[in-house]
Design a protein around this ligand. Structure first.
Ligand SMILES: [Ca+2]
Length: 315
């Protein structure tokens, strides 16, 4: 009997052959939950709750041709300014309340100083519930050293009950007529990570996945693997789900063993004491936004096994 086409794709020689190929090609455009995070559309998407004025600079810019600046506004002398944007993530409520959503907020800010007078700039991210009450807050602190762009980046699990994210650009001055702090190239992402599907047992039980570091854009996504049994173990990562019974392959898989991930990226795992680790650097731009990245361990042994599946969607 000839082997079905779908099974030949998952045969052992093929698995071995693709071990050395290891990159999941970026195939989707970057999305950003923030509207106009880089000031290229002027002041669009943001509001000025204090009425203190907020401007766009075309001189002090990090990326593109414009950046936000508190700038000229309000009375001469001491003055506070704020520019903010609210992003609803209520559509992810179920995943948020299951602890599955991690928020990444990143960008660049700058505080200028002249003659001993600095105009401090900083950003705040609030995780707000349905009543608008902050449940958690990230504060970048004042951007420094002064007179140079400083990167900021926060990766944090959304607290249960979070329904919106408020990004606040804050500037203040003590003297003069201009608040010389700047903000540019800001991105906001939500990442949904969870375990799905079921594995099948090898000699040491069912291989299990756990989150080692969250899959934040611009960061390193890490998984920890346990309950391996000293065989040849691979992490299979793909962009599509499948349901492929493995027992017919004749590689000591039992009837409960199902391949649940497309074979876009396969890496051999070095294991010690039944444990292994795996990681994948995620791009900040042009990356995985909107895609479903799935990972599953396959271990070939006297009793072959597979793990459950780690599933990631970046919004
Ligand atoms: Ca810009």
């Amino acid at each position: 009997m000839s082997k079905p086409q779908a099974l030949s794709r998952f045969s052992f020689p093929v698995v071995v052959a693709v071990v050395a190929l290891s990159s999941v090609a970026p195939v989707a455009a970057q999305t950003n939950l923030l509207v106009n995070g880089g000031a290229e559309a002027g002041l669009a998407g943001w509001v000025d709750p204090l009425g203190g004025g907020f401007n766009v600079s075309t001189i002090t810019v990090h990326g593109g041709t414009q950046a936000f600046t508190a700038g000229v506004g309000g009375p001469t002398g001491a003055h506070n300014q704020e520019f903010r944007q609210d992003v609803s993530i209520a559509a992810m409520a179920t995943a948020i309340d299951a602890g599955a959503i991690t928020v990444t907020f990143a960008g660049f800010g700058r505080t200028n100083e002249a003659g001993g007078a600095a105009d401090p700039g900083r950003v705040v991210l609030e995780f707000r519930n349905s009543a608008g009450t902050p449940l958690a807050t990230y504060d970048s602190g004042v951007f420094q050293p002064f007179n140079a762009w400083q990167p900021f980046r926060e990766v944090r699990q959304a607290p249960v009950g979070t329904r919106s994210l408020r990004v606040r650009l804050l500037g203040s001055r003590q003297v003069g007529v201009s608040t010389d702090c700047f903000f540019d190239d800001m991105v906001l992402h939500c990442t949904d990570w969870r375990l799905v599907g079921t594995g099948c047992a090898g000699a040491s039980g069912v291989p299990a996945l756990a989150l080692a570091s969250p899959p934040a854009p611009g960061g390193t996504y890490g998984l920890a693997v346990s309950s391996l049994s000293g065989g040849i173990a691979f992490m299979v990562t793909g962009l599509f789900a499948q349901s492929l019974p493995l027992q017919p392959l004749g590689l000591e898989f039992g009837p409960a063993c199902v391949g649940q991930v497309s074979l876009d990226d396969v890496r051999l795992l070095a294991q010690s004491g039944g444990l292994a680790s795996w990681s994948l650097a995620l791009p900040m731009a042009g990356g995985f936004a909107g895609l479903n990245l799935r990972s599953q361990v396959v271990e070939l042994s006297a009793v072959s096994a597979v793990s459950n599946v780690a599933s990631v969607v970046i919004h």
